[in-house]
Design a protein around this ligand. Structure first.
Ligand SMILES: [Zn+2]
Length: 398
């Protein structure tokens, strides 16, 4: 009985085992079929060989990054005059670019985001030049961000500075098709910022507000990352509420240009003080803010006014005489001929020729390393504290 039992048992075991073994072998062959039939064969060795070749070829350079992403390998070496880097596709082992790892269907969205960031960082004449994908020269990967380098050949006016954009992964996380290290403390890109180390001048526009012309100037300033101070006439302010608010909303500032644009030298002190008080009241009723600066019409003040009117007096160091010539080219020439760091430039938001001149000047000044700002920003960047009862012509460093 015992022997028979054993035999039966072993037969039973075999009978049960055979289908299982054939099932296992079937699994194996199925797996092979799936691999052979898949569209792209994952040849990791090819990519790894390529990485090793590059490591060998660049062994005299300092290796900065040797990283493996989901779909590519990334190598960066330190090089004189900029780093070199390589993107190796994990499937093909070919050298490629980061721009080939944008999610399907997200390419347009990705480049729209890049365009938005370009316009935040650069004046319009640069951003509009760079917005096409064909301007991209190279893309570098860093831990939390990518850097897009641009080709600036052909931009007018020609620029010395290199053009590039740092893009934090938080800005493009929805579009890139590889694992990103997100920066938890990151706040949205705030774009262009004024720089204490750059040459800086203030643009000032007198005699407004002047409706559409003032607004046109505000737009041109905005497109060029520039600000200005508008010295406005009190009795015109009431008719220009919307314009005044637009000027302020775009980061510009407003000063007083007296109540009725009279020569203050020929007026009694009491009338001058009364006019200034009315101007301030009107301005405050519109904006809720105080007027900090006064530019006397024609630049005329007396020591008596200076002493008794509680304000900071601002004249100018460069007069474009735009009101006299009403000629765009003469205004452009007047500025470019004499402009210096710290200048306060006098213009008027009354003439089309002035608007056209500003539109032409701002890119040229930018390319020449200038930033154009309001009086308060100029003082701040130059580290000057403006004081009441003082008259300033420029804010050149002392
Ligand atoms: Zn004036």
């Amino acid at each position: 009985m015992k022997k028979i039992d054993c035999k039966i048992l072993s037969i039973l075991v075999l009978v049960l085992l055979i289908p299982y073994l054939s099932y296992l072998s079937g699994l194996e062959s199925n797996q092979e079929i799936i691999e052979n039939n898949s569209v792209t064969v994952f040849d990791e060795n090819r990519a790894k060989n390529k990485v090793n070749t590059l490591l060998e070829e660049n062994k005299d350079k300092e290796l900065l990054i040797n990283a493996s992403y989901d779909k590519f390998f990334y190598l960066a070496f330190k090089n004189e005059g900029g780093n070199t880097h390589f993107v190796i596709d994990a499937k093909t082992g070919e050298e490629t670019t980061i721009l080939n790892y944008i999610k399907e269907g997200q390419r347009q969205a990705f480049f729209n985001k890049i365009k938005e960031l370009l316009y935040l960082k650069y004046p319009k004449f640069i951003a509009s030049f760079l917005e096409g994908e064909e301007r991209i020269r190279d893309v570098e990967l860093l831990e939390n961000e990518l850097i897009i380098y641009y080709n600036k050949e052909g931009i007018e006016p020609a620029l010395e500075e290199e053009l590039f954009l740092h893009v934090n992964y938080n800005e493009v996380k929805d579009y890139l098709d590889f694992t990103l290290v997100l920066d938890s403390t990151y706040e949205n890109e705030n774009g262009y910022q004024y720089d204490k180390n750059k040459k800086t001048i203030a643009f000032t526009f007198d005699d407004g507000p002047n409706g559409e012309k003032t607004n046109q100037l505000v737009n041109i300033l905005e497109e060029n990352k520039a600000h200005a101070t508008f010295f406005m006439v009190g009795n015109r302010m009431e008719y220009g509420r919307e314009t005044i608010l637009n000027v302020l909303n775009k980061g510009n500032e407003i000063g007083s240009h007296s109540y009725a644009h009279q020569n203050l030298k020929r007026m009694s002190l009491a009338t001058v003080l009364e006019g200034e008080k009315r101007t301030r009241e009107i301005y405050k009723s519109i904006t809720g803010k105080e007027l900090l600066y006064t530019r006397p019409p024609y630049g005329n003040i007396t020591s008596q006014i200076k002493k008794n009117l509680d304000t900071i007096f601002i004249n100018w160091s460069l007069d474009t005489e735009d009101w006299l010539h009403r000629d765009k080219d003469k205004v452009v020439e007047a500025v470019l001929k004499d402009v210096e760091d710290g200048d306060i430039i006098l213009m008027h938001d009354l003439y089309d020729s002035t608007i056209e001149a500003v539109e032409e000047l701002l890119p040229i000044l930018y390319a020449d390393g200038y930033q154009v700002v309001s009086i308060s920003e100029l003082a701040n960047l130059k580290g000057v504290t403006l004081e009441e009862h003082q008259l300033y012509y420029n804010l050149k460093e002392v």
